[in-house]
Design a protein around this ligand. Structure first.
Ligand SMILES: [Zn+2]
Length: 415
């Protein structure tokens, strides 16, 4: 059955109809198509550019079952494309072949040099072998590799010359390099080395932002993951690490805003569980000072373009997230960029828009219609009642109010 959708396409703001034939969008009308969306806004399927499906805790094995559950959570929340900047195992081929799952752009296994990650969680390599391993992971995955460029605040970051050699070698095969950075030295080395994406960027020196803009280093701040732990940090007894963390966190929102205003591509990544919460990252980006439209683009069309995929065009992928209009005027729902100066968006307006997106009942994923009925993502542990290998009972584990963070950069090592 050919499906038909009609609405106002973002970011172009043009009313269009598409017919979904197979996994492609078509603009040529098809008689007797099944109209599944009529009116409202049409935006390219949501994107989470920083998520680690497949395992939730660092001492549990990666499993196909967990991977499927996590990707299903993303899909049911309208997240139809994900980038996995590091995982405990390479993403298996069956994910690409399953039309009911989001598309995945993988960076292979985390690349960790001694002392800079959880031993055994990613691919442990010596500094001497890092270049070779990075090229290998990029070739085996979607062209990306992910390097842990720093770890503890009181230990040295990965030397810049090694990271530069990684970038040079991976770029030579047409690949891209994502760098985990949460210390000033880590971000300095990563930006100077010319990585393609700065993940987290806590303690980023604002003086590096212009270079990021000029060399197209994207910024994936994962604010929702940091924000989830901020109150707990503040409640801790004062210590050098606590103060270091909080100082880094306080600077993150201004840095994100400055980066956006300087022309850096800022993108939405959650780095947390449950999967399927990218709209909360959009809210954080708005809080940082992006316009609502720029923040939503960071989780939709801008992210797709950055990953080399088109938006809603003839011949493009049939993945889209319709959003129904509210009773308010459409002009107020999505003010133009000029009308919504950075940071001037009121939070009630933003919350209403995002709430409308969450209430969306239909997402089209690879030509399949996915009907959502008040989907509430939950951690796999909470959903299945299983006990994690760490021995923590599921009911005592992460909750939707305080999600786990996959990338161990914020809480588990740096606290
Ligand atoms: Zn991460």
């Amino acid at each position: 059955m050919v499906l038909q959708v009609r609405g106002i396409v973002l970011p172009e703001r043009e009313e269009r109809s598409f017919w979904i034939d197979g996994d492609r969008l078509r603009t040529e009308p098809v008689p007797d198509a099944d109209v599944v969306v009529e009116g409202g806004w049409l935006l390219p399927g949501l994107v989470d550019v920083h998520t680690h499906p497949g395992t939730e805790v660092h001492d549990a094995p990666f499993s196909d079952e967990m991977l499927r559950l996590h990707l299903t959570d993303h899909r049911d929340a309208g997240v139809l494309l994900v980038r996995t900047p590091g995982s405990a195992a390479r993403i298996p081929d069956w994910v690409d072949e399953d039309p009911q799952l989001p598309r995945v752009r993988s960076a292979g296994r985390w690349l960790a040099t001694p002392g800079r990650f959880f031993p055994g969680l990613g691919r442990d390599v010596s500094e001497e072998d890092l270049v070779h391993a990075a090229v290998e992971e990029a070739k085996a995955s979607s062209g990306w590799c992910k390097v842990i460029a720093d770890w503890r605040h009181d230990e040295p970051a990965l030397p810049r010359d090694i990271l530069s050699a990684v970038v040079q070698a991976v770029h030579a095969i047409g690949g891209r390099v994502a760098a985990h950075c949460q210390t000033a030295d880590g971000s300095l080395n990563a930006v100077r080395a010319g990585v393609d994406s700065l993940e987290h960027g806590m303690h980023l020196d604002p003086g590096l932002i212009d270079q990021m803009a000029s060399q197209d280093t994207a910024f994936v701040p994962t604010l929702s993951a940091f924000g989830a732990g901020a109150d707990r940090r503040r409640a801790e007894e004062p210590s050098a690490r606590r103060d270091w963390w909080l100082a880094g966190w306080e600077a993150m929102l201004p840095n994100v805003r400055a980066a956006h205003e300087a022309g850096v591509t800022v993108l939405a990544g959650t780095d947390r569980f449950p999967c399927g919460t990218v709209t909360s990252e959009v809210e954080w980006l708005v809080r940082a000072g992006l316009s609502a439209e720029a923040a939503l683009g960071a989780a939709s069309w801008s992210a797709r373009s950055w990953l080399g995929l088109p938006g809603l065009v003839d011949g493009g992928p049939a993945t889209l997230s319709p959003m129904t209009r509210t009773r308010r005027s459409t002009a107020r729902l999505w003010p133009t960029r000029a009308a919504s100066s950075c940071g001037a968006e009121s939070s009630p307006d933003t919350r209403r828009r995002l709430s409308a997106l969450r209430r969306s009942r239909i997402d089209v994923c690879r030509s399949r219609t996915v009907v959502k009925r008040g989907h509430q993502p939950a951690t796999t542990a909470a959903r299945t009642g299983v006990r994690l290998r760490s021995g923590i009972p599921a009911q005592a584990g992460p909750t939707a109010q305080e999600p786990a963070s996959r990338c161990p950069r914020t809480d588990r090592r740096q606290s």
